[in-house]
Design a protein around this ligand. Structure first.
Ligand code: ATP
Ligand code: LTN
Length: 334
């Protein structure tokens, strides 16, 4: 607890351009939750280098992501928005937790299997221990909840296992975190293959809506979205493409599946795709405008980066010192 509020932690990697999946599955919920919780939102750049990055590009993308967090509506005074690499406690706690994590556990992680298949020429140890760093992120702030998309649930589960193991040896050191999944949008699928998740690393640009896409591009991509030949707008397993569009519409409008099915009863796919495209464009336009404004204000963003890194460092150090003491590291002499 901080000031009687429960603690929330989440993060995103600064790789590629953010997609509608990232927005609906994560960022949009973050904004809703930020009143209720004491929130830490990190740009997880340590995680980014598990895949080879161009340094200048990474720096630029990390800054854009930081700006986008704010443009999407996160108040940087109320929420601690910071770069993971500015708080050394993440790497320090990750090392300790590595010694409490089993190879067998990490071997079961589906993201590791997917990413090592994709980057067969660079299956580095960081990619393997990625979930331990993620556990350190969460446990460092004693987070109660972690809002993520469905694809990250396995990582939250291993975080809970590591924390429980550590606590059973050393007493109550870590809060055991719970995942938080939004009602709609927890898994937005690719517009070109609705059996695959929409991903910022997809090579086909038509598969994803990027947060930077303009209105015409958004509408064009929805028009081209892969559906089926059944001709009815119903949420079911046989129609994964249509179900995905219903999910997107639901997440944007707050309507229920039944209300949406009723609204489009008897209408064609063309009409429905256009409606989805328009509501997504309406939702993203203000975020884009704010992003452009904020990007011009270097001093303002720099100030946030500095202040929030100090705030995050303060809370991170509190947990880290406790953990170091528990495992038997010598006390610092002042
Ligand atoms: P990559 O393709 O590079 O692995 P990604 O698009 O999966 O990236 P991440 O940075 O791994 O994005 O995820 C950031 C957040 O967005 C996480 O909370 C994740 O669960 C969520 N997220 C990512 N893709 C989707 C999706 N298609 N639907 C819902 N949530 C998603
Ligand atoms: N692994 C996550 C990003 C991430 C994260 C975290 C999310 C790193 N650390 C801590 C929530 C909490 C991803 O790939 N989306």
């Amino acid at each position: 607890m901080i000031d009687d509020k429960k603690i929330l932690f989440s993060g995103m990697q600064a790789t590629g351009s953010l997609t509608l999946g990232n927005y609906l599955g994560a960022l949009k919920n973050w904004v809703t939750l930020s009143d209720e919780y004491e929130c830490f939102y990190s740009v997880v750049d340590l995680h980014s280098i598990t895949v080879r990055q161009d340094p200048a590009e990474l720096r630029k993308k990390a800054r854009n992501l930081m700006t986008l967090y704010i443009a999407a509506g996160l108040d940087p005074v109320k929420n601690c928005i910071y770069y993971q690499s500015h708080v050394s406690g993440h790497a320090e706690l990750a090392w300790i937790l590595n010694c409490f994590t089993y190879m067998g556990e990490l071997n079961r992680m589906t993201q590791f299997k997917d990413k090592s298949a994709k980057h067969a020429d660079n299956i580095n140890a960081g990619l393997f221990t990625y979930p331990v760093l993620m556990a350190a992120d969460i446990l460092l702030y004693q987070a109660d909840v972690v809002p993520v998309g469905k694809d990250q649930l396995q990582h939250i589960e291993i975080t809970r296992d590591i924390a429980t193991r550590f606590n059973s040896i050393y007493g109550d050191v870590f809060t055991i975190p719970e995942p938080y999944l939004g009602k709609a949008g927890a898994k937005i699928m690719s517009l070109q293959d609705p059996t695959k998740k929409m991903s910022k690393s997809d090579e086909n640009p038509n598969a994803s809506i990027y947060l930077t896409d303009d209105r015409d591009t958004i509408i064009r991509k929805f028009k081209r979205a892969v559906t089926d030949s059944l001709g009815c707008i119903k949420y079911n397993e046989e129609q994964p493409g249509i179900s995905n569009l219903i999910d997107i519409y639901r997440a944007c409008t707050g309507m229920t599946v039944e209300e949406i099915e009723k609204e489009f009863d008897g209408k064609g796919y063309g009409d429905f795709k256009l409606a989805v495209g328009e509501c997504v464009a309406d939702m993203l336009t203000p975020v884009q405008t704010r992003f452009d404004e904020l990007s011009k204000d270097k001093a303002y963003i720099d100030g946030i980066i500095k202040e929030n890194a100090e705030k995050a460092g303060y809370y991170a150090n509190k947990t880290l010192r406790k953990v170091q003491k528990k495992v038997g590291f010598p006390e610092r002499v002042r």
